[in-house]
Design a protein around this ligand. Structure first.
Ligand code: FDP
Length: 334
């Protein structure tokens, strides 16, 4: 057995600074997010033991029941990130508005949007969940707590990624020059490099969709899902945690489809996933790995959010198959 572990995250970030000296602060941000990931990973792993599973009893801005671990992860992210002094403002799935960083954010150059614990409906059944983050430069000449700080295009993200709490804890991120994966070695308490410059495999062997929604989808979405199943070469996998479904897609190839649905049977079709802290960061990772993420008709990275908690449809995975969806959607959209 090898005595020497692969490169630690810290070693990687320091080495990266030789080629990208201007990324010093982003490297520090990445290191802080990794620390948060370690703490949440510990809490997720001991949640059952600590009897902190279950519901918190409140409802968040999205109308969903808030889980205890969601609250814990959100508080941890807020308090820890505030003290780093890197962020002028923060937005979270669990917060109605922009969170002021107070005196710590006065001279900060970045803003961060995150989902502290994505896939919350999977928390108390030991299914993988994750933390998603998206970092932008702070916009000048706009108050730092103005929502407009967060209405920036996905292509302007300077750092995006996720931490997946699964059978192991993995950190996947991009500064816009490739996607890298680090796996947490619990005994060392270190994230170790497991995949550098990750590329999505060329084949698309898996389709991932909540098929219970097909009666609520537009006709062309149902057509597309039938097309994916047509020749029997693909298998189905749907975890219902975006982080886990995206991670599998990046590693194994495939397509994830969450189109707009008519959930209220009123002829109004809406996406479910959040643009700022779900779709945008995943889109950066997919595009950096050679894949693609669209809302059906345009690249997610080109979308300018019109509100903090805007929802979107999301189709991501192997670029050629995602483009087939785009063509079908553009020719059939009503
Ligand atoms: P959850 O509702 O469990 O928090 O946007 C949140 C999310 O999970 C994603 O992680 C996941 O991809 C999606 O919603 C699952 O939605 P459905 O239950 O409607 O399939």
């Amino acid at each position: 057995m090898c005595m020497f572990p692969s490169k630690t995250l810290l070693q990687y970030l320091i080495e990266n600074l030789i080629n990208h000296p201007l990324q010093k602060e982003l490297a520090l941000i990445m290191s802080d997010l990794a620390t948060i990931g370690k703490i949440i990973s510990r809490e997720v792993n001991r949640a059952g033991v600590a009897h902190i599973l279950g519901q918190h009893g409140s409802v968040n801005i999205q109308g969903e029941e808030v889980q205890t671990l969601d609250v814990l992860a959100n508080e941890l992210c807020k308090q820890y990130l505030r003290k780093t002094g890197h962020f002028a403002a923060l937005a979270s799935e669990e917060e109605d508005g922009v969170v002021d960083m107070g005196e710590f954010g006065e001279n900060a150059q970045y803003i961060i949007a995150f989902d502290p614990l994505d896939g919350s409906s999977n928390i108390d059944v030991n299914v993988s969940i994750g933390t998603i983050f998206s970092v932008h430069k702070r916009l000048p000449n706009i108050s730092r707590t103005d929502e407009k700080q967060f209405l920036q295009k996905g292509s302007d993200q300077v750092l995006a990624g996720y931490i997946l709490y699964g059978s192991s804890t993995v950190l996947v991120f991009s500064f816009g020059d490739g996607v890298h994966e680090f796996t947490l070695d619990q005994s060392l308490g270190e994230f170790l490099l497991s995949r550098e410059k990750l590329r999505i495999p060329p084949k698309c062997p898996i389709y991932s969709v909540n098929e219970s929604n097909t009666p609520l989808m537009k006709e062309h979405d149902v057509m597309f899902i039938n097309f994916l199943k047509k020749d029997g070469t693909r298998t189905a996998r749907y975890i219902g945690s975006l982080v886990a479904d995206v991670h599998r897609t990046l590693i194994k190839g495939g397509i994830f489809v969450y189109p707009a649905i008519d959930a209220e049977h009123k002829g109004v079709y809406k996406g479910k996933l959040r643009l700022n802290y779900e779709a945008k960061p995943m889109a950066l990772l997919l595009s950096q790995a050679g894949g693609l993420a669209i809302d059906g008709q345009q690249d997610i990275l080109n979308k300018i959010p019109y509100s903090l908690h805007e929802r979107t449809s999301l189709i991501l995975g192997n670029a050629d198959v995602v483009k087939e969806y785009e063509t079908l959607s553009l020719t059939n959209n009503t």
